[in-house]
Write a protein that binds this ligand. Structure first.
Ligand code: HSE
Length: 408
């Protein structure tokens, strides 16, 4: 019998017992033993749950239970999850976490603690919900060098952007639906302001490079300013607006950012809709690989937790190379202002010729986007450095700028 514990019996934590019950026979066959949820830590009681009698309110009940060998952390937040995780690994227990904030902020200490104790610290569910991209990167692509990552890493915002595109609605009303469906974070600012995607691209970059960067090093732009007019412009241009988390990795360092982008229909991420996430990985030998699936929600995320548990319990994990992350050296992440992008720009001005003439002086070559709303001119610039684009926009020589969105 493999005894496990769950910390936090909320949406995902509750899903873990459901997945184990549903797949019990298959899991036992894979692991070679039964998986038993022995204790569940939560502040609340669950008298109506079949697991109600296993709920404890004191972490020491799990810490001091030598029969428990694997602990699933689905509490969220840094503390007390961080202290609990260190204490549990110091007691020789492996951890599986869905907590991206914790992995992004404390991944160095946690992976080091796992190494010192000869246990595992696994975090597949922390990025991409039910998508097994972390294991794919760490095992299937282990012999290649990852040079590019582009991800739709947040289910809530992708759901909102899809509804805005299909129904022409604004984002506030759709956010409420995303919350009702259990996709959004407790504080949905983490979703819509890009912080959730920021943490996820930090984790993926650390898996790819071994360097965990600091949150402040990753440029992060909110999607709350996007309007139906932006979504419509992207459609006329021949694509969609997507919140991307991206990494461009070289031997010298990397560019890292999270922001809304115009993505063309020719780019596979443009077709990823609703709560689905996708992670496109590029490496020189393998070329493009795309992982796709449900990026949020109770069962997909709980399923990923159980897969990590099964990997540890079956002994498969013991064959994987341990994560040995280091802090990224100073200057590893290129200043965001130095990155080159094309930009979509919408300007409030009746005179098309005046705008386009002034825009070419400010940006270099630009291309008009047809079908702009009355009283507006829209154009797409050639690639220029972010810092130069900011100067051009601040100059305001072509009228009142209503919207600027980078083009992938
Ligand atoms: N709030 C997150 C999302 C949950 O919408 O993607 C999964 O990490």
């Amino acid at each position: 019998m493999i005894n496990i514990a769950i910390l936090g019996y909320g949406v995902v934590g509750g899903g873990i017992t459901e997945v184990i019950d549903r797949n019990r026979e298959k899991l036992s066959a894979f692991v070679g033993d039964d998986i038993n949820v022995k204790k569940i830590l939560d502040l609340r009681d669950f008298p109506d749950s079949p697991y109600g009698d296993r709920v404890v309110h004191d972490i020491n009940e799990i810490l001091n239970d030598d029969e428990i060998t694997i602990v699933c952390e689905t509490m969220g937040g840094v503390n007390p999850a961080f202290d609990f995780s260190l204490a549990l690994m110091n007691k020789g227990k492996s951890m599986v976490t869905a907590n991206k904030e914790l992995v992004a902020k404390k991944g160095l200490e946690l992976t080091e603690c796992a190494r010192e104790n000869g246990v595992f610290y696994f975090f597949e569910p922390s990025v991409g919900g039910g998508i097994p991209e972390i294991r794919g990167m760490r095992t299937s692509l282990a012999g290649d060098t990852i040079t590019e990552i582009d991800g739709i890493l947040n289910g809530t915002t992708n759901y909102i952007l899809t509804r805005m595109k299909r129904e022409g609605v604004d984002f506030t009303s759709t956010l409420k639906d995303a919350q009702r469906l259990g996709y959004a974070e407790a504080n949905p600012s983490a979703d819509v302001d890009g912080l959730d995607a920021q943490r996820k691209i930090m984790i993926l970059t650390a898996v790819a490079t071994g360097y965990l960067v600091k949150e402040n090093d990753v440029y992060c732009e909110t999607m709350t300013k996007l309007t139906p007019a932006d979504i419509d412009a992207a459609k006329r241009w021949g694509g969609a607006v997507k919140l991307l988390g991206s990494a461009r990795i070289t031997d010298e360092g990397c560019a890292l950012y999270v922001a809304p982008f115009f993505v063309p229909e020719s780019f596979p991420l443009s077709f990823v809709e609703d709560v689905y996430n996708a992670i496109r990985i590029v490496s020189p030998v393998t070329g493009d690989v795309m992982f796709y699936g449900r990026g949020a929600g109770r069962m997909p995320t709980a399923g990923a937790v159980v897969e990590d548990v099964a990997s540890i319990a079956s002994g498969l994990a013991a064959k994987e190379k341990r994560c040995e992350w280091k802090a990224a050296p100073e200057g590893y992440v290129k200043p965001f202002e130095e990155n080159l992008f094309s930009y979509y720009v919408r300007v409030k001005n009746d005179s098309e010729s005046e705008v386009l003439e002034a825009a070419e002086l400010a940006f270099g070559k630009v291309e008009k986007l047809c079908g702009a709303p009355a009283g507006y001119v829209e154009f797409i610039t050639d690639k220029i450095a972010e810092k130069d684009a900011r100067i051009a926009i601040a100059g305001g020589a072509f009228g009142t700028v209503e919207s600027v969105i980078r083009v992938h």
